[in-house]
Design a protein around this ligand. Structure first.
Ligand SMILES: *Cc1c(COP(=O)(O)O)cnc(C)c1O
Length: 516
């Protein structure tokens, strides 16, 4: 077995794989429950049940249920060991650009676990869930105030789903006005892949808009692409290069003058919340990833939440259900009225995420949210300022917003790629930054610290990055191409994993592996 410099095994040797759960704790390969459990024992003793066959309708099981039998400590240890393999925002800095991995305050968790929120059921009569609906109403109010918009759809379950929701509202609005022939959606080349994917999914053809040499979109480029066939533009602001689209107001006007709508990808709202209201900039629809901007966990505890705010023009086309306040009573409008494009999800969305996001808002206050945005921007600019002399920034000249983008030209001639550099960061205890995105620059490294990180943490990160950059330039290629050396597994065959994913455990595979 190979060991790293800390004496920890780096890869499982085939012969060391074991089916017992004891010594495996010290080995890098955690077996599956199916491999450590057997059919003969169980964590609980259940009495034999005598049920008359006549009551089972001929459905009595003939073979034993093929589940692994484990005692409670065995099962618990398995999951605890797996959890220790996770790199998370709770274990270290997670500078993944565009993803905004900010701290999830424990106060949010405490509130979300209150039985009145945690135990509500979407089919409960509305008279019994007035408090929960009140939370949704307050959250909606905050989202509309922060964005200066007229309506909000809470049901989308992620940013990409929110894009779908907003673009469906835009489609419905065009159709209602006899403009259904508009088939083109403009998308800047730096956009997140979900933007063109959403447009294409709805049957639009996507027209790419080039960025200028500063990494932003020129109003002239948009005007040149506009026509009577354009339904909308999907623009991210701040964009995925971490830059504020300074011509956004002119772009919004040009888009509206051409009879199209302005979809704003608001995934980066955390950079401007409380400071700029997108409604003032002329946007018609924008999703807000609660997991990026408002500190809810990314994917934790079930689907996430990506509410969409809508302008006055698009509000009538919002999906059902939505909240309507009637004096003291809060109701849910469940059936499409004039205009609404219908239902996007079965129910009204993720209660747990609403509680967490509202907790974050209330614990910060309006001024605190603006401070959080400013701190996120300050942190990104601090990293940029301290790495600028060693790294290469493609769009220099202006301060960045919440994230800083470098390209790989500083690695030219070193035989170290962006991927190698990222893998070496793992050995130093950091989650890598976002790599190779946005596509507009070569070998992109997109770093987003968020407001969560202290000066001390940022300094350790910066010193590590500087040390790596020095080492790459000094020709110490092995530190990069061999990395990661201190991870349970080394470089994975990601292509094969994507092309031939193994999604199911099978006895045959297990036997074949043992025979190898
Ligand atoms: C994260 C992100 C999305 C997609 O959001 P999900 O919640 O991951 O679906 C879209 N656009 C941008 C710019 C993003 O950063």
């Amino acid at each position: 077995m190979s060991m790293n410099s800390q004496g920890r095994p780096t890869a499982p040797a085939a012969e060391s794989r074991t089916v017992s759960s004891g010594p495996a704790a010290l080995l890098p390969a955690e077996p599956l429950l199916f491999e450590i459990g057997d059919r003969d024992h169980s964590g609980v003793d259940l009495p034999d049940v005598e049920v008359d066959d006549s009551r089972l309708g001929g459905l009595r099981r003939k073979a034993p249920l093929d589940l692994p039998g484990l005692t409670e400590p065995e099962a618990l240890r398995h999951y605890v060991r797996l959890s220790r393999r996770n790199y998370s925002i709770d274990s270290g800095m997670y500078p993944l650009g565009s993803c905004t991995m900010k701290h999830n305050p424990r106060l949010n968790e405490k509130m979300a676990r209150l039985p009145g929120f945690a135990d509500v059921h979407p089919l409960q009569p509305v008279s019994t869930v007035q408090g929960a609906l009140g939370i949704m109403e307050q959250l909606s109010h905050w989202l509309m105030e922060l964005t200066n918009t007229a309506a909000v759809a809470l049901s989308p379950k992620a940013g990409a789903h929110g894009e779908l929701c907003g673009m469906m509202a835009i489609k419905a609005a065009h159709e209602a006005k006899g403009q259904g022939h508009r088939k083109i959606v403009l998308v800047p080349e730096s956009a997140h892949g979900t933007n063109p994917a959403t447009a294409a999914f709805l049957g639009y053809s996507v027209k790419s808009i080039d960025a200028n040499e500063n990494g932003t979109v020129d109003v002239e480029a948009v005007v040149a692409a506009l026509s009577d066939d354009v339904a909308a533009i999907m623009l991210t602001n701040p964009n995925t290069c971490g830059l504020f689209e300074s011509q956004i107001i002119e772009i919004a006007k040009a888009v509206h003058d051409a009879g199209a709508y302005f979809y704003c990808d608001g995934a980066n709202f955390n950079a401007i919340m409380g400071v700029v209201r997108p409604g003032d900039l002329g946007i018609d629809a924008m999703h807000i990833n609660l997991h990026k901007t408002f500190s809810t966990p990314h994917g934790g505890g079930g689907p996430g939440s990506g509410p969409v705010v809508l302008s006055e023009a698009l509000a009538p086309y919002a999906p059902v259900p939505f909240i309507r306040k009637n004096g003291e009573n809060i109701g849910l409008v469940e059936h499409a009225e004039d205009g609404s494009f219908g239902r996007l999800t079965a129910f009204h969305g993720q209660m747990g995420m609403y509680v967490r996001a509202l907790t974050y808002m209330l614990s910060h206050g309006a001024d605190g949210l603006a401070q959080a945005a400013r701190d996120a921007v300050l942190n990104a600019n601090y990293i940029k300022a301290r790495l600028d002399d060693l790294f290469s920034a493609p769009f220099d000249g202006q301060p960045v917003m919440h994230e800083v983008l470098f390209d790989d030209s500083f690695l030219k001639g070193t035989d170290v790629s962006t991927l190698d550099f990222a893998k070496a960061m793992i050995d130093e205890g950091f989650h890598p930054m976002t790599m190779y995105f946005p596509l507009v620059v070569h070998g992109a490294m997109l770093i987003e610290p968020t407001e969560s990180e202290s000066l001390q943490t940022l300094d350790v990160f910066i010193e590590t990055m500087r040390d790596l950059a020095h080492d790459a330039k000094a020709g110490n290629v092995g530190r990069f191409t061999q990395a990661p050396m201190r991870a349970p597994l080394r470089r994975l065959d990601e292509t094969r994993a994507a092309r031939q994913p193994k999604l199911k455990w099978s006895q045959e595979d297990q036997r074949a592996k043992a025979a190898e």
